[in-house]
Ligand binder design. Structure first.
Ligand SMILES: [Fe+2]
Ligand SMILES: [Fe+2]
Length: 184
């Protein structure tokens, strides 16, 4: 019971990762329509995940640490970890939003060298995001998620889980419930 929030967010990392793999497959196949829909889904799934962390997880951990004395982590350590995680979030959102806009404008099917080069440049961006996201998720799962399950009381964790669930279920209407839940 006490690790619900941690489990929910870790599971969400796996689902987002599946969408990312599907996007990479579509890009490798030079399928612009599938690439666009997977990229749009990736961007939206990552956006709600990030919002859940910013609005609920990070404040819960930092507030708890500022109210009581913990040695591992201490407040300044946690603050600097959160600052780095936030910088990663900005990086993901900026890179992916730019890629969504470029892909939206790309004529389908691709019939020019220029179009192919554009698709390759999007593939490079997505690979860069994949690499950074892998590292980012590892840090979250071994630090801030773990801290949340260590330092918050059980009722606080339940409340946090409820808030995180509500945020993650904030599905834009253009996605089906199934696509949103399973990345399909
Ligand atoms: Fe994150
Ligand atoms: Fe995360």
């Amino acid at each position: 019971m006490a690790s619900l929030a941690r489990q929910r967010l870790s599971d969400d990392h796996r689902t987002v990762n599946q969408v990312l793999k599907q996007l990479l497959a579509a890009l490798h196949n030079k399928d612009v329509t599938a690439s666009y829909s997977k990229l749009d889904l990736l961007w939206a799934r990552l956006a709600v995940h990030i919002r859940a962390e910013h609005l609920h997880l990070f404040p819960a951990v930092l507030n708890r640490l500022s109210e009581s004395t913990h040695e591992t982590p201490d407040l300044s350590e946690a603050k600097s970890v959160v600052e780095n995680l936030r910088a990663d979030h900005d990086f993901f959102m900026v890179k992916l939003a730019r890629a969504v806009n470029i892909l939206r404008e790309l004529p389908k099917p691709i019939d020019s060298q220029e179009g192919k080069a554009t698709l390759d440049s999007i593939l490079d961006v997505v690979l860069e995001v994949e690499k950074q996201l892998e590292n980012h998720n590892r840090i979250e799962e071994s630090q801030i998620y773990q801290w949340a399950s260590m330092i918050l009381t059980e009722p606080e964790q339940l409340e946090l889980t409820t808030r995180i669930n509500a945020e993650l279920e904030n599905r834009p209407s253009r996605f089906s419930a199934e696509a949103w839940a399973n990345g399909l």
